[in-house]
Design a protein around this ligand. Sequence first.
Ligand code: FAD
Length: 473
Amino acid sequence: MASAETLARMKSVVGPKGFVDTEADMAPYLVERRDLYKGRAAAILKPASTEEVAALMRIAHETGTPVVPQGGNTGLVGGQIPFETGKEVVLSLQRMNRILALDTGNNTLTVEAGVTLAAAQAAARDADRLFPLSLASEGSCQIGGNLATNAGGTAVLHYGNARDLVLGLEVVLADGRIWSGLKGLRKDNTGYDLKQVFLGSEGTLGIITRAVLKLFPLPRAMATAFVAVPNVEAAVKLLRLADATTGGLVTSFELMPRIGIDFVVKHLPGATDPLKAPSPWYVLIELSAGNDSEGLAATLEALLGGAMEKSLVSDAAIAASEAQRAAFWRMRESMSDVQKMEGGSIKHDVSVPVSSVAEFIARATKAVEAALPGIRPVPFGHVGDGNIHFNLSQPVGADRAGYLARWDEMSAIVHGIVRDLGGSISAEHGIGRMKRDEIAETKSPVEMELMRALKHALDPKGILNPGKVLTAR
Ligand code: FAD
């Protein structure tokens, strides 16, 4: 437990505005949105500058106080939530929310870590540029959290993960030193690329305080279609046909099952089925281009027409307005939330090679149905990246708690098939606390040793988010 003296020193760094220690005010920082993890903390620290973060880390290092970095608290694997001991302090970046620079000549945006993803997107858009990272949590999640988790989302297919969208970082190390790697260079071959170590490290190796982000031309034209496909194999073939015939204009390609659409139509106010007849599977496909929306719509129509002739598509609706495009996306983005209304949901964020997605879904569905008759798989997601959210809704009428108690059993089945297909048990959400004990099973001893060596080199006292990603030593 951080002593009263340590907490008083920390409070003097951040001032009363940046220090929270009453139970009621700390509560929102101590629970994850799915209620899977609830922790306790000695205090919540809200520094307003890199220097304050550095001063806090110097005190933490000297006193051995464990620190849990927190961004927008939208992480889904418990990484941002302290353990139940009450010995940790949470370091929230929310007050560090300034846009620092926008360089349209270099196509870069420099921000503090606590800027929300939506605010970064808006700043880019105001300058006629695109920051393409796009997640359903974008109103709350922060750039620091996005980079610390190497977030994915719906535009990875075209623009890459968060890792691919960063040119420079500033990081406060566990002992309070500041590494300033805030460069805006697209080419820099001067030794190890240190920023890569911190990207995706989930707050265990350093605290990201600033970043230089890559911007892209703002697309002038988008064409979006809600497409019925007979099966997952057809969806993957459609993806490859789209690649080949559009010359790389596909920016999103999302898979949804019929049951997911049923849930959305039932529970999401105002949602309606875009197509007349039900289909077992759907794809939301989006093309983007610099200009000429008519040409793009024609390209999409030609693609879908050709796909129908090949029996890859049975029906499709092309968005005729921005409102209709938004309605299609709202259905896709609500797919996870509406599952709550159907009782307990056991979630998996996995990836396999795109060519194995159909086999994965078929095998995993069969296996979980054999283990628990009546279970309702709702596999959806970023099929273009081989990333499926293999979510499992409880059997109708089952006891929610009893069902959720079988989480580990179901995950063992699903992750076993993922491993068999050469996949990953965490495609985009990270390891955090949820999958910490499982990664050793998926990585070789050499990989685990290298990860531990990195952790020890950068955080020898083990005070940065201990017990997340790796077991604490
Ligand atoms: P937090 O949840 O606060 O923290 C996440 C991790 O990062 C923790 O380990 C924390 O310690 C660490 N961290 C946070 N800030 C810093 C920092 N400045 N320096 C060092 N470490 C830090 N994720 C996807 O990848 N793709 C999706 O499509 C997606 N969709 C989502 C949809 C919904 C509705 C929700 C609720 C979540 C979704 N997520 C998705 C998960 C989540 O939004 C992302 O992981 C996001 O990047 C987390 O950002 P955050 O600011 O909320 O971080």
